[in-house]
Design a protein around this ligand. Structure first.
Ligand code: SAM
Length: 305
């Protein structure tokens, strides 16, 4: 069940898209003073060493973050993302790539809360160590306390089951990242069931689902299932970097489905995606798509009532 380790994939094209958009969303929500709950249902290890055996096996980061690392004229929407990664690699050599909890920890403020779920024992332990390291670093620099405790909580629990207990959050402001491995085909069903329940409990949250573009039938049906959720607004962005491999295996793109996207996100992605595509494309079939829409709301929740 637990064969997935994100360390093999850290910094690949899908991570670049996911983390650049996550960072943009977190920056938007931090423009308001009120505290935000950041919930990461599948948090991973928090930080990845790109010189270790896992990352070196297929060197997926080379066709992801590796393509952005040496660029000086990135689209402005990617500047904050790159700045954060450069800060983690201060000697100018790309050795470390942050996971979603690290991006969130860097951007979120003392009034915000991070709730991180990671079920894999080793990943959970490494995540705890990484959060402790960030706390020590922040303390040494006189910055906000980021250690475990009230502000950051890490639990070794099933993120699919845990979400309902946190909604609605006390501040009525939440960003939820849902990023399961999808190696188990049941993950697709679990995401839609969890979201259907979550939006009933807290319709106003920002929910971002990452999903793979692969040849599996469940993956191909998934975006349409997400679009049938009873939500007010959604934004979907996909980045396909190549045509599928001849053997039908492998990740050749990824998508993000965002419920209640911040209002300026679409405009920013329209400016960012052409540049990101040209940086990450692997063959002539590479392309991106973006669409927005409204879900099928129960009649009582519609604006026109
Ligand atoms: N969100 C991370 C990031 O962007 O850096 C990457 C997460 S990785 C794609 C998925 C993680 O989910 C793996 O570390 C895996 O161990 C963990 N996982 C798998 N099933 C889980 C579950 N039911 N609840 C919580 N974590 C789970």
């Amino acid at each position: 069940m637990f064969s997935y380790r994100h360390a093999f994939h850290a910094g690949n094209h899908a991570d670049v898209l996911k983390h650049a958009v996550l960072l943009a969303i977190l920056q938007y929500v931090c423009q308001k003073e009120a505290g935000v709950f950041y919930i990461d249902t599948h948090a991973g290890a928090g930080m990845y060493a790109l010189n270790r055996a896992e990352a070196q096996k297929n060197r997926e980061f080379e066709s992801g973050i590796g393509r952005l690392w040496s660029q000086n004229d990135l689209p402005p929407q990617l500047q904050a993302y790159m700045t954060l990664i450069r800060e983690l690699n201060p000697d100018g050599v790309l050795r470390r790539y942050p996971g979603s909890p690290c991006f969130a920890e860097k951007i979120l403020r003392s009034q915000d809360r991070l709730r991180l779920f990671e079920l894999h024992s080793t990943e959970n332990r490494i995540l705890s160590e990484n959060v402790a390291r960030m706390a020590a670093h922040a303390a040494a620099n006189g910055q906000k306390s980021s250690g475990r405790g009230k502000r950051v909580m890490i639990e070794k629990r099933d993120g699919f089951a845990a979400l309902k207990g946190l909604l609605p959050p006390p501040s009525r402001r939440a960003v939820v990242l849902i990023d399961p491995p999808y190696e188990d085909r049941q993950d697709y069903r679990h995401v839609t069931a969890m979201l259907a329940d979550a939006v009933k409990r807290f319709a106003g949250g920002i929910y971002m689902v990452w999903y793979p573009i692969v040849q599996r039938p469940e993956a191909r049906r998934f975006p349409e299932q997400l679009k049938r959720l009873p939500v007010k607004e959604w934004l979907e962005v996909t980045l396909t970097v190549s045509k599928p491999a001849a053997n039908g295996f492998g990740l050749y793109g990824s998508g993000l489905f965002i419920i209640n996207p911040p209002w300026k996100l679409r405009e920013d992605l329209e400016e960012m995606m052409p540049g990101l595509l040209s940086l990450l494309k692997q063959d002539a079939s590479a392309h991106y798509d973006m669409s927005t829409g409204q879900g099928k709301l129960p009649v009582k929740n519609r604006d026109d009532d």
